[in-house]
Design a protein around this ligand. Structure first.
Ligand code: NAP
Length: 274
């Protein structure tokens, strides 16, 4: 399949954690060659180290980085997005596509600074680093089907993507962008539980992680409701149902629901207070 970046130049503004995860994947999968990439960071002292590490053009000059770029990836913190959009506005190539991965920042905020440019919002998560990410994508006012296709192509290269209405993007942030942290807490607890019942920690962690992976894959592959899959494991008067009763008593369901609700609420505020 042709790379979504074929024949295009890419600017990555904010080569931090998420910018690095995405650039690494695009380079490893040969979606783009290094000489067609320009990246930026804020601190001058980081430039040389990053240039050596990435072997791409890294600087602190956002204006120069976007000149000639067909796709511009905004990977800075939410509170910096508006200011950055204003800074690059006079340097953008007509027809450039702006993709923002910043939590909380609506596309209209970027469009206010970049009148007429296509803006797409994407909310990936850290498992993108191993190609198992999940990204929610929504389009701004001027983004068309081709812009969405380019964006999906990029994020499908690091996992899966889904297009949602922009009003759902904070919920995507609270569920799938924060979600890996919630699952790590669950995994850590399951592994600890294994140790409690006598398993060596390494084996316990393997059992827990592969079980979470297998259960998730069952939901995705069978398309069955999780409750039905749970019922298949739960034999009458067996041991699983006793475990489930403990989960219900400990309010696991309501706790997870509240965690996502809180994270979603907080996601709405990040643009002004991250
Ligand atoms: N981490 C996640 O799990 C995750 C998931 C989904 C979305 N996101 C979104 O990704 C964005 C970045 O998050 P992160 O975790 O990658 O943060 P990060 O590691 O702190 O990276 C931010 C980068 O932006 C650079 N930067 C700051 N101001 C800049 C400017 N004016 N011009 C150019 N570069 C600038 C910083 O440069 P210096 O290194 O010089 O400070 C840093 O490299 C956020 O908006 C976040 O909402 C993150």
């Amino acid at each position: 399949m042709e790379s979504p970046l074929a024949g295009r130049r890419l600017a990555v503004l904010g080569l931090g954690k998420m910018g690095g995860i995405l650039l690494d994947a695009f380079l490893r999968q040969e979606l783009i060659s290094r000489d067609l990439v320009r990246a930026t960071v804020h601190h001058e002292h980081r430039v040389r180290e990053l240039r050596d590490h990435w072997a791409v053009d890294v600087s602190t000059d956002n204006g120069r980085a976007v000149e000639g770029a067909d796709v511009v990836l905004l990977c800075v913190k939410p509170r910096t997005v508006r200011e950055l959009a204003r800074e690059i506005a006079p340097h953008l190539t007509p027809g450039a596509l702006l993709i923002s991965v910043a939590a909380s920042v609506p596309t209209f905020v970027i469009e206010e600074e970049l009148d007429g440019f296509a803006v797409v919002r994407a909310m990936p998560n850290t498992p993108c680093v191993i190609g198992r990410g999940m990204t929610g994508i929504s389009s701004g006012r001027h983004a068309n089907a081709e812009h969405l296709e380019i964006t999906r192509g990029l994020f499908d290269s690091v996992g899966r993507s889904v297009v949602v209405d922009e009003r759902h993007m904070d919920a995507v942030t609270g569920l799938s962008a924060s979600g890996p942290a919630f699952i790590y807490v669950i995994l850590e607890s399951l592994a600890e539980a294994g140790v409690k019942v006598g398993l060596p920690r390494e084996i316990s962690t393997l059992l827990a992680a592969q079980t979470v992976l297998g259960a998730a894959d069952m939901v995705l592959r069978t398309n069955s409701h999780p409750a039905l899959l749970k019922d298949e494991v739960t034999t009458p008067a067996g041991c699983t149902v006793d475990g489930i009763l403990e989960l219900e008593e400990g309010k696991l369901r309501v706790t997870l629901i509240k965690a996502v609700v809180k994270a979603t609420q907080r996601a709405k505020e990040l643009m002004v207070s991250d």
